[in-house]
Design a protein around this ligand. Structure first.
Ligand code: K1U
Ligand code: ZN
Length: 194
């Protein structure tokens, strides 16, 4: 499995509509596995294909962030079939590192998707899972959490991002897996970016 580079705000692919997956092939399964590897290495709770430079309608989620198998969710062609309630909560994005904002989302959703084997399933999400599913499905339609911020908060987030983005001249983040950091740990350098 491979830890993939993550595209950051400014990379055109983050604003593109994805393409529905016609068949869940070995290539899609490899993409799913690499996306889980990347999401855990970046310490995220979700990741969508455009964030790793791919146009397929695929996302992965694990809101428990313990790296175990039990809570892994791979969703191919996910679609929200029910939204209920509304709640504000803080969001971050692996494609806009160090920027956070409060977003109003449905408090409960039901999502229909295909799994890693191409089998249809439905998942109900509340709390952080509901928020994460909505955030990831937005990514699959070119939408980012900053789009929901009011004008002033959005302006402030973008101004902070202008300072941050100089760290990513090629508009991608290279994530160093925790195992590599442990092997070459330099106590004077605590961040994980390369
Ligand atoms: O898609 C992404 O960019 C991943 C993103 C998912 C997400 C985080 C928070 C709310 C909704 C969706 C992240 O994993 S950001 C990093 C993170 O782990 C985190 C940040 C804030 C709250 C909880 C987790
Ligand atoms: Zn995101």
């Amino acid at each position: 499995m491979t830890v993939l580079a993550i595209h950051v705000l400014g990379s055109a692919i983050l604003r593109q509509e994805t393409e529905p997956v016609v068949a869940v092939t070995d290539d899609i399964r490899r993409l799913i596995d690499d996306m889980f590897e990347t999401m855990y290495a970046a310490r995220g709770i979700g990741l969508a294909a455009p964030q790793v430079g791919r146009t397929e309608r695929v996302t992965v989620v694990d809101v428990d962030r313990d790296g175990g198998q039990a809570h892994r969710l791979a969703l191919v062609n996910p679609m929200i079939v029910l939204r209920e309630g509304s709640i504000r909560g803080e969001e971050g994005c692996l494609s806009i590192p160090d920027i956070y904002g409060d977003v109003e989302r449905a408090s409960r959703v039901v999502v229909r998707a295909l799994d890693r084997e191409g089998q249809p399933f439905e998942i109900e999400g509340t709390d952080l899972l509901a928020r994460c599913l909505q955030h990831e499905i937005d990514h699959l339609h070119g939408k980012l959490f900053i789009d929901y911020l009011g004008i002033f908060k959005r302006r402030a987030a973008l101004a902070k991002w202008e300072e941050e983005r100089v760290k990513y001249p090629s508009l991608v983040r290279t994530i160093v897996p925790a195992s590599v950091i442990a092997d070459h740990h330099d106590p004077d350098r605590e961040d994980e970016e390369m």
